[in-house]
Design a protein around this ligand. Structure first.
Ligand code: NAD
Length: 355
């Protein structure tokens, strides 16, 4: 298939592009605006491959996206482009509404126009996979798991914008018969994750001897999914998933934030013993507003229907991740120096009123 991957210069998108280009026969066009979170250096391994191309474009710019569709003639879309950091959405939600809501809307409309000109057999074979998050389901207590039937109950501007994106995609399937499949995954981690997110931030702060800021009492629980497991899952869902259906994707690796940070400290003690014990750097800071307590995914559908399983345990995945960051300062150092230096994000600002 010729596949458009939106947001392919981001963390998960670049893993999807690398997987598609290296391990499958599909051809990839990576469409990315290159916001602060987009990094082409995540794609150097495949940049010269004959089945890979990149175009810089904003999904909100429907004229350009229409041209991209006409030229590349895709047979599928994997839509990952988004503003993705909850803390940034608390400080300023406008970009989240623009890209995650309006951007998805524009992409759906361009796809609808493009499909209307295709012969019926090509239209029926087309797939649009919208990649979303488990955060749309809201917060769990100590028990229970999110299933595909859990009602949406988003808490943050980020998760609300992703919920809106999901609703648009599913409505376009029901109303216009667009071949939409939706996936909702848990927290990803692994190489090439922008250093504002919990795991890379903790690794790099520990390496530099800076404090390790843990929100609240650190008891919030996330279900960690190694990014390459997720990339495999997405390609499988695209190839074999059912149109109009949702697939939850999770690693069955629940950990509290403080346990994640302590595990990183332990690995850093082994790999950089001269700075041990790194746990001395842990500092508890004021909690994030609206911080969901627990997310946990029931991945039964994708496991039973499509035969997918997460291959990494949290222990194996975090070990690989810490080693990758220690070995790849050329990837993260420019981002840390010029784009985001590790300062606290997510403070509440006055309303953004636009005329
Ligand atoms: N990272 C996670 O743990 C996680 C968990 C669940 C779901 N998701 C979802 O997966 C997707 C990818 O997440 P990620 O962590 O890789 O995000 P990321 O922030 O690392 O990457 C997002 C990419 O989208 C691009 N982008 C942003 N706005 C754009 C626009 N208007 N037009 C074109 N490109 C644009 C950015 O340049 C960047 O390359 C998102 O939809 C996110 O909501 C992520």
């Amino acid at each position: 298939m010729r596949i458009i991957v939106t947001g392919g210069a981001g963390f998960i998108g670049s893993a999807v592009c690398r997987h598609l280009v290296s391990n499958t026969n599909h051809a990839v066009l990576n469409v990315d605006k290159l916001t602060y979170a987009g990094t082409l250096t995540s794609l150097v391994a495949i940049e010269n491959a004959p089945n890979y191309r990149f175009v810089r474009a904003d999904i909100c710019d429907s004229t350009t996206i229409e041209r991209v569709f006409e030229t590349f003639a895709p047979q599928a879309v994997i839509h990952l482009a988004a503003e993705s950091h909850v803390d940034r959405s608390i400080t300023g939600s406008r970009d989240f509404v623009d890209t995650n809501v309006i951007g998805t809307y524009q992409l759906l409309e361009v796809t609808r126009g493009y499909l209307s000109k295709l012969p019926i057999d090509q239209r029926e074979a087309f797939r649009f996979l919208a990649v979303s998050t488990d955060e749309v389901y809201g917060s769990l207590g100590a028990q229970g798991l999110f299933t595909e039937e859990t009602p949406y109950d988003p808490s943050s501007p980020y998760s609300a914008s992703k919920a809106a994106s999901d609703h648009l995609a599913m409505a376009w399937q029901r109303t216009y018969d667009l071949p939409i499949i939706l996936s909702n995954c848990s927290n990803n981690y692994g190489p090439h994750q922008f250093p504002e997110k919990l795991i890379p931030l903790m690794i790099l702060n520990a390496l530099e001897g800076r404090s390790l800021p843990v929100y609240g009492d650190g008891s919030n629980v996330r279900d960690w999914l190694y990014v390459d497991d997720h990339a495999r899952a997405l390609v499988l869902v695209l190839e074999q998933g059912q149109v109009g259906r949702k697939y939850n994707i999770g690693g069955r690796n629940e950990r509290s934030n403080i346990d994640v940070v302590k595990r990183i400290c332990l690995l850093m003690d082994q790999l950089r013993p001269e700075q041990a014990p790194h746990a001395r750097l842990i500092t508890y800071v004021t909690d994030r507003p609206g911080h969901d307590y627990r997310y946990a995914i029931d991945a039964g559908r994708i496991e039973n229907e499509l035969g997918w399983r997460a291959e990494e345990t949290f222990e194996s995945g975090i070990d690989k991740t810490v080693r990758w960051y220690l070995d790849n300062s050329a990837w993260w150092q420019p981002l840390r120096n010029k784009v985001y230096g590790g300062e606290r994000l997510g403070t509440v600002r006055p309303p953004e009123v636009t005329s």
